[in-house]
Design a protein around this ligand. Structure first.
Ligand code: GDP
Ligand code: GDP
Length: 436
């Protein structure tokens, strides 16, 4: 289930982010209309020879105001902690530098496979020079030219060879969920409280992510859950633990493996920019989402506090209008017994399949109520709708001309679908196709 993780390391300017973008290829989806999510990417999912994997550009993780050499060694350490395979990038232009050797020294300490990529080999004549890099001790260097896309296929071949072999995953029907959020919102406290409430813990299972430990438990009604733990929750005290990019990275790894993501906010501190980034990734990944406002015990409340906080959330997270909000306290256990139930419901909505006949009735009723838009005298015609996928529910609408589907009309249809069926907690996707 979990994808292997490939981390790219190397000193600045060797071409890490260029190579990252190449390896991520078309799969990098940049969603322009979500504030905060458009920034430079450091994490992506890709595929080569039929194997999916996640890539991290450690160069994008800046470690506060640390001096340059500390930064690159921290980044190399992150690669060791997080990755199954490390791609160590150097550059033929500058040749072997002290900083390269510094990075190499850190990598020696790990037993992770390291693939040495020599970048900026823009023409074949330069190839003979790559052998200088043998001195680093990582075996045969792979020549690439990130900015031209040369050699990246060979590099990926080498990377994929090092992946742990695919083991048959045993059938696991448990509901996978995770708590994500910036540091200190109370994620690990929530993990512990939930486990305290649900004492039938089936097992702790090793995740593939370094030192992540997933916990399975069963509630009284017999529903099985797997709580996806991110290493960041249990392991503390690293310098980089509190840097935003790093916690976003942790969050993304958890999101990838979850059916339902609980975005945790801190009632005491209100909504911060970083909360939006984390929530934006969960939305973009198409997972079921619940917003949990934690530390609800710690604030002074009057009769309107909850309503006001809800209003703020709706304003700041407009794209998450489908997500239910719960007010909880890891400290007192307030409403935590309700959380598994809600997770189960959101999971069911996320996996829901609507029969075409019922769906079309709803869509045609909507059109009768609010006629389709026209453009230059040409009217949008909707012929047929059908659900093509779950998790998240995805609908294809066959039309005469997709260009005629305005954003506002699409939203109207989405709202109608949401009114007719229970899709609380899940994004739904509508795709227009031209009917041949
Ligand atoms: P990073 O700091 O390691 O992430 O490096 P970047 O990806 O930002 O690249 C640093 C510089 O090297 C940029 O100006 C790139 O355009 C350039 N660069 C990247 N790949 C190549 C390459 O294959 N050939 C050449 N000539 N330049 C490259
Ligand atoms: P994480 O970094 O998101 O995992 O946050 P922690 O679980 O480590 O919690 C950060 C701090 O908030 C700790 O001092 C917790 O004791 C405190 N905390 C967590 N949940 C609650 C809560 O519901 N109420 C109060 N008052 N404090 C909490």
């Amino acid at each position: 289930m979990a994808n292997p993780i490939v981390a790219i390391v190397g000193r600045p300017n060797v071409g890490k982010s260029t190579i990252f973008n190449r390896l991520a290829g078309e799969r990098i989806s940049i969603v322009e209309d979500i504030p905060g999510v458009t920034r430079d990417r450091i994490y992506a999912t890709s595929e080569w020879l039929g194997r999916s994997f996640n890539i991290i550009d450690t160069g994008g993780i800046d470690i506060g105001d640390e001096p340059f050499l500390t930064q690159i060694t921290e980044q190399a350490q992150i690669a060791i902690d997080e990755a199954d395979v490390i791609v160590f990038v150097v550059s033929i232009k500058e040749g072997l530098t002290l900083a390269d050797e510094k990075v190499a020294k850190i990598l020696y300490r790990s037993d992770k496979p390291v693939i040495l990529a020599v970048n900026k080999v823009d023409n074949p004549e330069l190839r003979s020079e790559i052998y200088d890099f043998y001195a680093l001790g990582f075996g045969e260097p792979v020549p690439v030219a990130g900015s031209h896309g040369i050699g990246t296929g060979d590099l990926l071949d080498c990377v994929v060879k090092e992946f742990p072999s695919e083991t048959e995953e045993e059938q696991d029907d448990s509901i996978k969920f995770s708590f994500i959020g910036r540091p200190n919102v109370g994620k690990s406290s929530l993990v512990n409280s939930i486990l305290g409430e649900n004492r039938v813990i089936v097992s702790n299972v090793e995740g593939t992510t370094r030192d992540a430990i997933d916990t399975k438990f069963t509630t009284d009604d017999g529903t099985e859950y797997t709580m996806i733990d991110t290493a960041g929750i249990r392991k503390r005290g690293k310098v980089y633990e509190n840097t935003e990019k790093y916690s976003v990275l942790r969050a993304m790894q958890a999101i990838d493996r979850s059916d339902v993501v609980v975005v945790v906010l801190n009632a005491e501190e209100g909504i911060r920019e970083q909360d939006k980034h984390v929530a934006g990734y969960a939305h973009e990944a198409g997972r079921g989402i619940i917003i949990a406002v934690n530390k609800w015990d710690a604030i002074e409340k009057d009769g309107r506090s909850m309503q006001e906080f809800t209003q703020k959330i709706r304003q700041e997270f407009q794209y998450l209008s489908y997500a239910p909000i719960v007010y909880v306290s890891a400290k007192t256990g307030q409403r935590l017994n309700k959380l598994p139930e809600l997770i189960e419901k959101v999971n069911a909505n996320h996996a829901q399949r609507i029969p075409s006949a019922v769906l079309n009735e709803v869509v045609m009723d909507a059109i009768a109520y609010n006629p389709t838009p026209t453009d230059n005298g040409k009217r949008l015609r909707v012929y047929y709708a059908t659900q093509v996928a779950t998790k998240p529910p995805t609908f294809v609408i066959f039309v005469n001309d997709p260009e005629l589907m305005h954003f506002s009309y699409e939203r109207f249809l989405e709202n109608r679908i949401r009114e007719a069926f229970d899709f609380e907690g899940t994004p739904i996707h509508l795709i227009e196709r031209r009917r041949k």
